[in-house]
Write a protein that binds this ligand. Structure first.
Ligand code: THU
Length: 140
């Protein structure tokens, strides 16, 4: 256990379960890595996503970003994310990748818990610890 580690609450455990279920819809014929994500919005709505690969590999969309674009599409640009869960069906570690962290940063509360499988088991960390230096555009 590290300093950043938080306890998993029953709410987070059920969000993680939804992420796990979403992973069953994964389209991942190239990597065979099946990922699911579940986002809890302020207001209580839950939006899930899964990874969608493409034969032109770089076009692949991760589960977290799939969930995010779905959340904005469904609920609009004012959404705030209050919890994030990531799961996979491969029994491996899968923290959100850097690209997904940057995209989540735009909509996620710094204190939002992020729950994901790590090498040593399920981990819960604040979003600000997962993404400490997100790029922001400050023109003035
Ligand atoms: N993947 C995700 O869905 N989320 C991540 O944060 C990292 C990677 C997917 C992309 C690809 O389909 C597969 O996992 C292997 O990289």
């Amino acid at each position: 256990m590290t300093d950043d580690q938080q306890d998993i609450t029953p709410d987070l455990a059920s969000l993680l379960d939804l992420a796990h279920r979403a992973a069953h819809h994964s389209y991942s014929p190239y990597s065979e890595f099946k990922v699911g994500a579940a986002l809890k919005l302020v207001g209580g709505e839950i939006v899930t996503g899964t990874n969608v690969e493409n034969v032109s590999y770089g076009l692949t969309i991760c589960a977290e970003r799939a969930a995010l674009v779905r959340a904005v599409s469904q609920y609009g640009p004012g959404i705030r994310i209050e919890a994030v869960a990531v799961a996979n069906l491969n029994g491996k570690a899968s923290p959100p990748c850097g690209a997904c962290r940057q995209m989540l940063a735009e909509f996620t509360r710094p204190e939002a818990p992020v729950v994901f499988p790590a090498a040593d088991g399920i981990r819960v960390m604040a979003f600000s610890a997962v993404m400490p230096l997100a790029f922001e555009m400050r023109l003035r």
